[in-house]
Design a protein around this ligand. Structure first.
Ligand SMILES: Cc1cc2nc3c(=O)[nH]c(=O)nc-3n(C[C@H](O)[C@H](O)[C@H](O)COP(=O)(O)OP(=O)(O)OC[C@H]3O[C@@H](n4cnc5c(N)ncnc54)[C@H](O)[C@@H]3O)c2cc1C
Length: 376
């Protein structure tokens, strides 16, 4: 069985991103969390490596980075700063335009995203729910000259900060479309920035659409096929959210390994104590199990093999549950200092929680895995 295409091909790429993360991202991680503001320094620096444009076609200035380079990037960034990983990977949502948009839409949207001049956001969730995709009530009605959008999108990453929003809206009783909405369109407004437990360097707010009329050419592809477009990109996107959890888990493990070797109790480093070794071994196993599952799932997704969907869900659950568990243990291993903001594990624990909630909660992922398991 094909286990993973992940091999030395990506080792130097990983090394490059890891060095960038250590030098240009990590120094600002605590600051953006503390100040609850976007990681502007890291985002700006990431343009030198072309990270905001990583997956886009070279024709638009991108790097055509494949799924493996994308998940490696997200993992290595989240390892030191989950907010930066979110900010940069959210730019990639505009791959939907590259895949299903018109040439004019691609020209308008993608090059400025690649150059870091425009930021992107994705609006699916609503106040009444995020798990039930088909429950979306935001409407898009055809007018003589365009589309009239009404509704509220909740918890939108980059809400108020992004220039362009991909809005998922109901176009018929049981059909949905995806629409390009600019922050400057009449009828668009934003809620107050959410005050969050973690991921505080990633802005989140409501996007409110009140009689927002946009031109006809702002619909992506067929206005009745929005659901299909989302499903087409869902697996690759799920892998990125898995990588985000994995990065947090790896970062927390890094911190735990370093701390337990330098902290002394009873006259020796606490890493000498068997119970500590056992905890660190368990943490390392969770990280490696997550990474192995993620790389295997990515291989299935890239090759469009059967079971890709199940494994992508499994990777999302395994990696994000690892994030929560490993970050919790890393705090424990720091003792009282783990409870202070002076050490990054406190932030990592707060950042880890959302990874189990977004992109299909881990209960929803488990439901999908169970459905597949019972089908056999
Ligand atoms: C920081 C942050 C950033 C986000 N960014 C974005 C974004 O950029 N764009 C966007 O569109 N959304 C975004 N979201 C929204 C996110 O995807 C949703 O919060 C998530 O999908 C869950 O939806 P909900 O909050 O409405 O919870 P609900 O759907 O109300 O679920 C509540 C609880 O019920 C459980 N549940 C629901 N249905 C079932 C079921 N059938 N069986 C078992 N359990 C069930 C859920 O697992 C959960 O535990 C973001 C959220 C956060 C917190």
């Amino acid at each position: 069985m094909l286990i993973s295409q992940y091999d030395d091909t990506y080792a130097s790429f990983r090394e490059q991103v890891r060095r960038f993360a250590k030098e240009k991202v990590a120094p600002f991680a605590a600051k953006v969390d503390d100040e609850a503001r976007p990681p502007l320094e890291a985002y700006q620096a990431s343009l030198d490596l072309g990270l905001p444009g990583l997956p886009f076609s070279e024709a638009f200035g991108g790097q055509e980075g494949d799924v493996f380079t994308q998940i490696i990037t997200v993992e290595e960034l989240a390892r030191v700063c989950a907010s930066t990983a979110t900010t940069i990977s959210t730019c990639w949502i505009m791959m939907l335009v590259q895949r299903f948009g018109t040439d004019a839409q691609k020209e308008m949207i993608i090059p400025p995203v690649v150059r870091g001049e425009h930021r992107s956001a994705w609006g699916l969730t609503e106040p009444k729910g995020g798990s039930d995709l088909m429950g979306v009530v935001t409407s898009a009605k055809r007018t003589e000259t365009g589309w009239l959008l009404n509704g509220t999108k909740r918890f939108i990453t980059n809400g108020g900060w992004a220039d362009w929003y991909l809005i998922f809206a109901r176009t018929e009783a049981d059909k949905f479309g995806i629409f390009l909405v600019s922050k400057d369109d009449a009828g668009v407004s934003f809620g107050a920035p959410e005050r969050k437990m973690g991921l505080r360097g990633s802005p989140t707010s409501d996007v409110i659409l009140e009689n927002c009329e946009i031109p006809l050419d702002r619909v992506i592809g067929d206005p009745a096929k929005g659901g299909d477009y989302i499903r087409a990109g869902l697996l690759a996107s799920r892998l990125k959210y898995a990588a985000h959890g994995l990065g947090i888990a790896q970062g927390a493990l890094d911190e735990a390994i370093a701390y337990t070797q330098q902290r002394e109790q009873f006259g020796r480093p606490i890493a000498d104590f068997q119970m500590i070794k056992g905890m660190v071994a368990d943490m390392a196993m969770k990280v490696e199990a997550g990474r192995t599952m993620l790389m295997h799932a990515a291989t299935l997704v890239v090759n469009q093999l059967p079971d890709a969907k199940k494994y992508a869900s499994m990777a999302k659950v395994l990696c994000t549950d690892a994030a929560m568990s490993v970050a919790t243990d890393a705090v424990q291993l720091h003792g009282g200092y783990g409870f202070l903001k002076d050490y990054p594990v406190e932030r990592m624990l707060r950042d880890a929680k959302v990874t189990q909630i977004w992109e299909g909660t881990n209960q929803i992922q488990r439901l999908m895995i169970a459905k597949d398991v019972y089908k056999r």
